[in-house]
Design a protein around this ligand. Structure first.
Ligand code: HEM
Length: 398
């Protein structure tokens, strides 16, 4: 569906699309939204639904997109593919289990975990930031949050890697099968964990979820399990990609890297700007529940809209000189974390993790250089991230 440059450098394509038509009819019942104004509005529009069943010719289109019946059954239970009242109920339950106390505990541990992981990577010479650090760091934290043993991280990594391509706009039958197998193993794992926590509650998110039984926002076991998978996958893939994309952006803008070294107080703004500049979730979809007239277009009822968060984040009408990485921009209203009722549930944790990751990396190494300018991206278009990031490093003197 998309040309290969959508993986390597999609931004010139987004610019062209936006200049041509901020809402673009692909002719495949898919409307691509690339301007900030319209992306922002549609994320909050009550006529924009996440429920796939509002799609015209749902079953047929889902088959065409490679979503088999078991995969559809799984997707339909995720908070991210539901509208109110189910979305409100499921999200509310998770939000309460995701308590500020839990986030504070993770904040306290994040630096320790990052220092430990980077401490195992060579002090001088070559490292691969993805293999040596970026995939493990968010996974260890999200595992700790959920209360699953971090020693299972290899399994989670493999499962979420197999599952992620199933969220693309179109998935091949092989991708669908692999994803379903991973989902089945994930489900069995979390079912067992739920049973264990029921017997012996701990101070973690899973026990917090079970604790609320009897409340108005009661969840079925299936809903808990599939949404735990969502949290694990969403909390892992995105932060991993932000660490990779963000480090690459800093290395390609040495003045900004130096600025961050000399003014550490810019760290939180730097995280926001790195998310805006090259965001880990490039686009999200909605279904029009009514005909929508916008930007001179008429989006028919039942059509799919692909809202490009990445393109919106580079819209010059919203961000002056949008292709420039500027850590002093001080603008948190980018769309990298979405908008409206589906706004990222893990925002607080994502910001903590990213800040700790960049700070620990810069503290550990006084010199960081790219080994090669040619970077290979993962095969997904919806999720954007480097496969590997080989770096030449020298440790800072203690
Ligand atoms: C840099 C890191 C992250 C980025 C860029 C990111 C981005 C996003 C975006 C764009 C959405 C909204 C999608 C939509 O509107 O359709 C979203 C939703 C979500 N995110 Fe994140 N995310 C990040 C980290 C996390 C973390 C750490 C967690 C959990 C531990 C998490 C859990 C979720 C969940 C559960 C949703 C679904 C919310 C809903 O549908 O109501 N995310 N994220």
């Amino acid at each position: 569906m998309f040309p290969p440059e959508m993986r390597t450098d999609p931004y010139p394509i987004y610019r062209q699309l936006r200049e041509n038509a901020p809402i673009f009819d692909t002719g495949q019942d898919l409307w691509l939204v690339t301007s900030y104004e319209h992306a922002y509005a549609l994320l909050r529009d009550p006529r924009s639904s996440k429920n796939l069943r509002n799609m015209d010719d749902y079953e047929n289109r889902m088959e065409l997109a490679g979503r088999t019946a078991p995969m559809r059954a799984l997707l339909e239970q995720l908070m991210s593919f539901n509208d109110a009242p189910d979305h409100t109920r499921i999200r509310g339950r998770f939000q309460r289990a995701f308590s500020p106390r839990l986030v504070q505990r993770l904040r306290d541990h994040a630096t320790e975990i990052a220092e430990d992981l980077l401490g195992r990577a060579p002090a001088d010479g070559e490292i691969d930031l993805v293999a040596d650090f970026a995939w493990q760091f968010p996974l260890v934290l999200v595992a700790e949050m959920l209360g699953v043993p971090t020693s299972d991280r290899e399994r989670f990594h493999a499962w979420s890697r197999d599952l992620a391509p199933a969220f693309e706009l179109v998935a091949s039958p092989e991708v669908g099968e692999t994803a379903l197998r991973a989902a089945g193993e994930f489900v069995a794992y979390f079912e067992e964990l739920l049973a264990e926590r029921e017997r012996a509650p701990q101070n973690d998110l899973v026990s917090g979820l079970l604790n609320a039984e009897g409340d108005a926002d009661r969840l079925s076991e299936k809903e808990m399990v599939v949404n735990l998978i969502l949290i694990l996958a969403a909390g892992h893939e995105t932060v991993m990609n932000l660490i990779g994309n963000g480090t690459l952006a800093l290395l390609r803008h040495p003045d900004q890297l130096e600025l961050l070294r000399s003014r550490p107080e810019l760290l939180d703004d730097a995280v926001e700007e790195l998310m805006r500049y090259d965001c880990p979730i490039q686009l999200t979809t909605r279904i029009a529940t009514e005909e929508i007239e916008m930007a001179g277009q008429t989006i028919p009822k039942g059509a799919r809209m692909a809202i490009s968060l990445a393109a919106a984040n580079r819209d010059p009408d919203r961000f002056p000189d949008p292709d420039r990485l500027d850590l002093t921009r001080g603008d948190r209203n980018h769309l990298a974390l979405g908008g409206g009722v589906h706004y990222c549930l893990g925002t607080a944790l994502a910001r903590i993790e990213a800040a700790v990751a960049f700070r620990t990396l810069l503290d550990r190494y006084e010199r960081i250089e790219l080994v090669t300018e040619t970077v290979e991206y993962r095969d997904t278009v919806l999720l954007r991230g480097v496969k590997a990031l080989p770096l030449r490093v020298s440790a800072a003197q203690a």
